[in-house]
Design a protein around this ligand. Structure first.
Ligand code: HEC
Length: 287
């Protein structure tokens, strides 16, 4: 179901904030680059850089003790190190009581990929609510999810921006799934009700943002200095909780241009939105 919150999540995925000089309205006539985290159109031979398979190896450029010490989040009795958090093949689960038991494919990825498989929950979170750089499959009808997975497997659904690195990973996962795994994943996500977790703020200026390694924008500025310029921008409320610890209770904030004229102020805003990195477009009302 497309609720306004859900719409904002998909519309705002991977927004570009450094590109505020770009005329967003002119871009929207074609493809909103900002929704894909880019500020310039792709060149004809542009391709996504393949994502590395999941690993538990320590990162050489980070302190080893910091990567291996157990961490906690409020309200959870679990403890995970950064190595655990980053291990896409063994999805961490801060709040196992907040979703049905994860099938193997959600926790470990398609069995055919063995250790190279990424669990669906690593990107979409165990609660299926996803993150700005991917998609929120929670609460969608199982038949819809199944069709998306089949289309991605069959090459019928792909990112409209060839540079977006996580979309080919998603398609490769779909291609590696068995029919049974597709059904299990579809049923799992369908069983989780969608609940709002994005706070929408109308603004003309937002703080400076930077793109982090996973293709998501995080707030680095303290004061609102950059024009929103027609974009919808989504960022974690608490970057450490949402991104470093991947705490699924940590929520998001979305900025939207306050462009309502006085006479339309009571009407829902109509805005053309594109689902993240695919070719489907919808027009929807967002309040
Ligand atoms: C590397 C991160 C990543 C992993 C792991 C991942 N996905 Fe995705 N998923 C994405 C991205 C990115 C998209 C958006 C793809 C697009 O539209 O181009 C997506 C989209 C989807 C969608 C479409 C949602 C919609 O609203 O249309 C479904 C369903 C889905 N994924 C299911 C899964 C399942 C099942 C798995 C586990 C086998 C999985 N994903 C693992 C990144 C990931």
């Amino acid at each position: 179901m497309i609720t306004p919150e859900r719409l904002l999540l998909v519309c705002s995925a991977g927004v570009v904030l450094g590109a505020f000089a770009i005329d967003a309205a002119a871009q929207d006539a074609k493809e909103p680059l900002w929704a894909y985290a880019y500020s310039t159109p792709p060149k004809p031979d542009d391709k996504a850089t393949p994502q590395a398979p999941p690993t538990r190896n320590l990162r050489p450029n980070e302190n080893a003790d910091e990567q291996t010490r157990p961490r906690n989040v409020d309200g959870s009795s679990a403890a995970y190190s950064l190595v655990d958090v980053r291990d896409g093949h063994n999805v961490i689960d801060w709040f196992p009581g907040e979703h049905p038991p994860m099938p193997d494919v959600i926790r470990h990825g398609p069995a055919s990929l063995a250790e190279r498989g990424r669990g669906c929950g690593s990107c979409h979170l165990p609660n299926g609510k996803g993150r700005p750089e991917n998609a929120p499959p929670a609460g969608q009808p199982a038949a819809y999810t199944l069709k998306q997975l089949q289309d991605m497997r069959d090459g019928l659904r792909r990112s409209a921006d060839p540079r977006k690195p996580n979309s080919p990973t998603m398609n490769a996962l779909a291609a590696a799934m068995t029919d049974k795994e597709m059904h299990e994943a579809a049923e799992y996500f369908a069983a989780i009700p969608w609940t709002p977790w994005i706070r929408v703020i109308e603004a003309d200026l937002i703080p400076k943002m930077e793109l982090e390694e996973g293709n998501m924008y995080i707030t680095v500025g303290k004061e609102p200095t950059e024009p929103l310029a027609g974009r919808i921008v989504e960022t974690p409320v608490d970057e450490h909780q949402a991104n470093v610890l991947r705490n699924p209770r940590s929520s998001w904030i979305a900025g939207r241009t306050s462009s309502r004229s006085p006479q339309s102020a009571r009407e829902p805003i109509r805005r053309e939105c594109w689902f993240t990195s695919n070719r489907i477009s919808r027009t929807a009302s967002v309040r």
